[in-house]
Design a protein around this ligand. Sequence first.
Ligand SMILES: NC(=O)C1=CN([C@@H]2O[C@H](COP(=O)(O)OP(=O)(O)OC[C@H]3O[C@@H](n4cnc5c(N)ncnc54)[C@H](O)[C@@H]3O)[C@@H](O)[C@H]2O)C=CC1
Ligand SMILES: CC(=O)C(=O)O
Ligand SMILES: [Mg+2]
Length: 467
Amino acid sequence: MAQTSIILRIELDHNHITFGDVAATIGKAGGDITSIDVIRPGKDSSVRDITVDIAESAEAAVVEALKSHVGIKLINVSDRTFLAHLGGKINIQPTLPIKNRDDLSRVYTPGVARVCTSIHEDPKKAYSLTIKRNTVAVVTDGTAVLGLGDIGPHAAAPVMEGKAMLFKQLAGVDAFPICLDTKDTEEIIRTVKSISPIFGGINLEDISSPRCFEIETRLAEELDIPVFHDDQHGTAVVVVAGLLNALKVVGKKIDSVRIVVNGIGAAGVSICKMLLAAGVTRLVPVDREGAIVRGGSYEHPMWQWLAEQPQVEAEKGTLKEVLRDADVFIGVSRGGLLNADDIQTMAPDRIVFAMANPVPEIDPEEALPHVRVLGTGRSDYPNQINNVLVFPGIFRGALDCRARRINEPMKLAAARAIASVVTESELNEHYIIPSIFNEQVVSKVRRAVIEAAILTGTARRTPKDFR
Ligand SMILES: NC(=O)C1=CN([C@@H]2O[C@H](COP(=O)(O)OP(=O)(O)OC[C@H]3O[C@@H](n4cnc5c(N)ncnc54)[C@H](O)[C@@H]3O)[C@@H](O)[C@H]2O)C=CC1
Ligand SMILES: CC(=O)C(=O)O
Ligand SMILES: [Mg+2]
């Protein structure tokens, strides 16, 4: 059940009502009071801000109950999530102050001109004399925003700002949201190439499939900085990390489990590819029309590629049909597709990663009693399998060793590094994947990524701590 947090500003008429009555009214309607601030005290009346945790579906009931109560005037209802977005979530800070004309002539004209000339003579100096070495563009066209679909570039911005915040807070990477008002593959490629000189890396985000595949492949080929489609590879890396540990919990082997992946879009294609690289032998990719089968014929080039892989099963069927006897379900499609009865047809000790955001493929509360391991993409349940565990550390590593690209060995190394943060003694059904607040995640991923980049010859620089 999706929870939210609201702040209710109310005026109490003390002749008619006590605060105890207000608390009881909120509690009865399903709200849980977490804090109370007195805004204006008074003998006859007072104004208070009451912060309430509540299921999204019960919010209207609380508001109605308060409005209809004699002695309560509901002045305002504010949603803390919206408050957190007021004015946007990031800004740009100078690295040094400009206090006088002397400073001005150094950071701006005339001094800056010598620096420009120096970069013109040796373009590599852009890495030491500009923001390039630590700056990543988070690029979207707003066509596959979370599981919300094609909501456009303006509406995509809060997610991109969120990614930028996470880049900075978790890995010290300066990331900037770029929301493009075009869905044209060629125009996106051209635009990203045109803006690339100032960036040290490109993180593509929430661009729908199949366009995302060509956009990423072409940009990776045509640019000399790392290009990473987060929804494809970040998701695949975190799924493999979670799966390695979940399999240890249930005592099954990666080369013998049967895995159903639902939603063969950006995330699903990359997950399937990485599962095959990790040794999976029984794979059932499923999209809207049912299973994508070995020997089938598909227009979508990546589905056709899957249909040619020996590890992909040949039996046709709907999701519910092919789910029977599966050991693992991985959902990267859309919310609310499965129920407890469906899950119970899976093999014993089942692993379910229901990762559609914000609403998972199955309600976690409904799934929990019937699965051995449950993961979702959300922050409000244990085992958050979300690409936020990946992109900060991957880019930290790639920027620090000035990698030309982020290749398969770097991704596999990142998956193993994330899995290794959870020790054997800590590992259990509710802890297969570390929290994003575990400081070891970024440092271990960074290390593993740099090692793999050096070994595969894509690093252009050896960071000090590797010399
Ligand atoms: N937890 C995490 O870290 C991540 C979660 N996701 C979630 O995965 C979902 C898909 O994301 P993308 O791959 O980027 O989108 P996408 O648009 O590229 O792919 C979605 C795929 O799901 C398929 N699909 C839609 N309804 C379906 C149904 N009823 N049954 C089977 N397939 C269905 C579509 O045909 C499409 O192929 C979204 O909900 C997104 O929020 C995506 C990336 C990371
Ligand atoms: C987490 C993420 O990137 C998504 O749901 O699209
Ligand atoms: Mg995304």
